[in-house]
Write a protein that binds this ligand. Structure first.
Ligand SMILES: Cc1cc2nc3c(=O)[nH]c(=O)nc-3n(C[C@H](O)[C@H](O)[C@H](O)COP(=O)(O)O)c2cc1C
Length: 324
């Protein structure tokens, strides 16, 4: 009988399917439901650096410089953090699976102080989603990657729980960055975050939100990078995030080298009943293939296999189309 247990970022998970950070993991009821649905761990909805700042600015817009506004700013900051800390504590008291807190940030700032409180509240790990577009002309190549390293180094000095870095797909070299993040103390990387999708309404000629949830074809990019990074960088865990919609999606992610598979859109679109079906599919596939543990096939198709490397490293279609 297949054993679905896996180790991710030093955490023992009953299975590799993890609920990604999103609205479904923003309430205690939601988190409890995800545990009941069978996930191996939950990443809580992120605490956003911007949200806190925006809320403070809105409430203190009358006069930014009064004593009252200063008090209000301090109070608001504490409130939001307190809510999140309480939320972590409540999740820990109701659930037995690992609870991973999450912070979306874009700078080295005061949010770092929250990391210690998050650890104290009982979070089993902290996922850092360092978001940035780096679209300014003054930008120097490598600044964004350096920001990731600086953040991990500083947060690592504050906490002992595993630090998981959720990467954007717009970093220069995920292999090199993962190697550096490991050296600074990260326990895992997640490939990749899904940024806000921009679209244009041609009737109103206004920018609008594109499709919020992912598509099955989005799996290709994280599959490639997990396959490439996991072959090169040892001693760190990997989670794949993005485009896992089919029951075979988690199997593909693990074959490429993922120790865990973070899912979100499919839970919105198909409901959390998807988790049990995907786990059943994984178990049956492992039995058919003769695998007793997840570890046995994790990374079997990463770039250390020469056939796989050829596919993973292919960026142009020439050979493919000339054979058609
Ligand atoms: C509605 C929604 C809310 C999300 N909120 C967050 C968030 O707060 N923090 C975060 O790191 N990622 C967030 N994400 C990104 C997901 O965690 C995930 O990385 C992304 O959707 C790709 O996975 P998927 O293809 O399984 O959806 C959100 C995604 C969606 C659709």
């Amino acid at each position: 009988m297949a054993n679905l247990k896996t180790t991710f970022a030093g955490l023992e998970l009953r299975n590799p399917i993890v609920a990604a950070s999103c609205g479904l993991s923003s309430t205690l009821d939601g988190v409890v439901k995800l545990e009941q649905a069978g996930v191996g761990a939950v990443v809580l909805k992120s605490l956003f650096e911007e949200n806190i700042v925006r809320e403070i600015q809105h409430l203190s817009s009358v006069d930014d410089h009064t004593e009252a506004a200063d008090y209000l700013q301090g109070y608001m900051r504490a409130q939001r953090v307190d809510d999140y800390i309480r939320f972590i504590g409540n999740c820990k008291s109701k659930c037995s699976i690992p609870i991973i807190a999450s912070i979306c940030c874009h700078s080295r700032g005061e949010w770092m102080a929250y990391a210690r409180a998050i650890e104290k509240a009982g979070a089993d790990g902290l996922e850092l989603n360092v978001m940035g577009l780096c679209a300014r002309r003054e930008y120097n190549n490598g600044d964004y990657e350096k920001l990731h390293c600086d953040i991990v180094r500083e947060v690592k000095n504050l906490i002992n729980i595993p630090i998981i870095v959720k990467l954007g797909a717009n970093i220069t070299n995920p292999v090199a960055l993962t190697e550096r993040l490991k050296a600074y103390g990260a326990s895992a990387v997640v490939c990749f975050n899904r940024p806000f999708q921009t679209d244009i309404d041609v009737d109103t000629m206004r920018y609008v939100s594109g499709k919020v949830t992912s598509n099955p074809s989005d799996l290709s990019n994280p599959l490639r990078w997990v396959g490439l990074i996991s072959a090169s960088v040892k001693g760190i865990s990997f989670a794949l995030s993005g485009g896992v919609h089919t029951y075979n999606g988690p199997i593909k992610a693990i074959l490429a080298g993922a120790n865990a598979v973070e899912v979100c859109s499919v839970l919105y679109e198909q409901g959390d009943g998807w988790v049990a079906k995907a786990l059943e599919n994984l178990e049956q596939w492992m039995d058919r293939q003769g695998f007793e543990s997840v570890e046995e096939f994790c990374g079997r198709m990463n770039a250390s296999d020469s056939d796989a490397a050829e596919q993973l490293e292919r960026v142009q279609f020439l050979k493919f189309f000339s054979a058609k």
